[in-house]
Design a protein around this ligand. Sequence first.
Ligand SMILES: [Zn+2]
Length: 125
Amino acid sequence: MEKKSKNKCCVPRCFDRISKRHRFPKNDNLLMQKWVENINQPRLSSLQPEVIYNTCFVCDRHFAPEFLVSGTRRGLRRDAVPTLYLSGKMFLRHFNITAKCINMRISTAKTNTNSKRLDPVSNYK
Ligand SMILES: [Zn+2]
């Protein structure tokens, strides 16, 4: 494999290539377990903590601002757990933030569709 500038984030459907990467907390089994649960990636559950630590990364955007500590090497609080932009129920819980990204994608994707039917104003005359 050739060198990549950023490792792929292990959160399903996350295609972030810019944010800072964080390794799993391999020295804390319980916390490690929590990360795996939250990320909800079946592949991770079957891996040894050591393997996860060495091969998987979680990007900055999955951590709430209160977990981020700037100026430290790790950049995270010791008890930090990824809770944002995850699939499943966590995804819905943070829908308002995520919706912004979705809207951006939709607006570029639906250039050919007729949006007249979706316009509520024309029905209220
Ligand atoms: Zn990510």
